[in-house]
Design a protein around this ligand. Structure first.
Ligand SMILES: [Zn+2]
Length: 349
């Protein structure tokens, strides 16, 4: 009894550490929470803390979705070898973002890498003339770390929470404007098979069908990833389940209406699938995509009404509570979501 109490306390402490470090957007110092579960037929889902991927197992090998990161990929590779005894033949990227697409090198001995053609331009370095002061949006916080104002962020200027090596494309220990603007994608292995509209992979009697989501706010290289033989659809970041959209919703990237179109298209596509998995949140169904769309519609209606009443942004952030979503992850992002929606509705297109 004493030892079980001790165990409970320890588990509780680990949980607190994980929550605290994830709130800061870091990889947790505690051991990551990982799992592998069957969804349907040959399709499984694997998680690393609050990131999710999917894979299908066939007699001829495995087709894996996002590799997430190198540590997770090493763990997953060993698990797959033990459980299924076939190699990963394909890695299929949802999009280029570092927190989903890193670590593919782990599978490079057996796999080919599939992604939308725009991944290559997202992964390319911007012009060398790019300055830190030009950087807006989620990487602006890194650009601001140049305390000695010499135009680059030295390693000593960056706290441990910044994935410095992932930004440092040329590994010279300094982050240029171009490296920060590109983002922390040094550990994203570029795809060697790219497609523009749709692409089908066949392996061991199973199909994986990827199709382009289109140009929208979250990225220009997102793919719908479908496992039609087992009724599973995989969507990452532009749709999440039981979780608010991230912070200010990258409003500086614009393309809000295109994002809504992508969500409605996901709903149409998902009507033909029994299961929908997303990069964040529990495995669900098309109904969860609808709930995600309705969240945006309610938020847009509320912010538009505030604008029409000539409320200030601060008044809207106080009055718009979205209280019925208090059970969703990231509920404390409501004021930031309001900020993002305010920009979507008022920034010049
Ligand atoms: Zn993303």
């Amino acid at each position: 009894m004493g030892s079980s109490t001790t165990t409970r306390i320890l588990v509780g402490m680990v949980a607190v550490l994980v929550v605290a470090s994830e709130a800061l957007g870091q990889s947790p110092a505690a051991a990551p929470r990982r799992s592998i579960e069957l969804i349907s037929g040959g399709v499984y889902t694997a998680t690393n803390n609050n990131h999710r991927t999917v894979f299908v197992v066939t007699p001829e090998g495995i087709i894996l979705g996002d590799p997430i990161n190198a540590d997770f990929s090493r763990w997953l590779k060993a698990e797959l070898a033990t459980r299924f005894k076939v190699p990963v033949e394909y890695v299929v990227y949802s999009h280029h973002h570092w927190d989903h697409a890193s670590g593919g090198d782990v599978f490079a001995d057996t796999a080919r890498f599939v992604g939308h053609a725009n991944m290559l331009s997202h992964l390319a370095l911007p012009p060398a003339s790019t300055t830190l002061s030009q950087i807006v949006g989620e990487f602006a916080e890194v650009a601001k770390l140049d305390a000695n104002r010499n135009g680059v962020v030295e390693r000593a200027e960056a706290p441990a929470t910044v994935p410095f090596d992932a930004y440092d494309a040329n590994r010279d220990g300094r982050l240029s404007g171009a490296e920060v603007m590109r983002g922390p994608v040094s550990f994203v292995r570029p795809p060697d098979i790219t497609y523009k509209d749709t692409h089908q992979i066949r392996l061991g009697g199973k199909r994986v069908e990827v199709s382009w989501v289109g140009e929208m706010n979250h990225s220009l290289d997102s793919s719908y990833i479908a496992f039609p033989d087992d009724g599973v659809l995989f969507l990452v970041d532009f749709v999440s389940f039981r979780r608010l959209p991230n912070r200010e919703m990258d409003y500086e990237l614009g393309r809000f209406e295109q994002w809504m179109t992508a969500i409605r298209n996901a709903e149409k596509l998902a009507a033909g699938f029994r299961h929908v998995a997303t990069g964040h949140g529990p495995v669900g169904t098309v109904k969860d995509i609808t709930a995600w769309r309705v969240y945006f519609e309610k938020l847009r209606t509320a912010v538009a009404a505030g604008i029409a009443r000539k409320q200030t942004l601060e008044q809207m952030q106080r009055d718009i509570t979205m209280a019925e979503y208090s059970h969703w992850d990231g509920f404390d992002w409501v004021p930031l979501n309001v900020l993002g929606m305010y920009h979507f509705l008022t920034d010049s297109k």
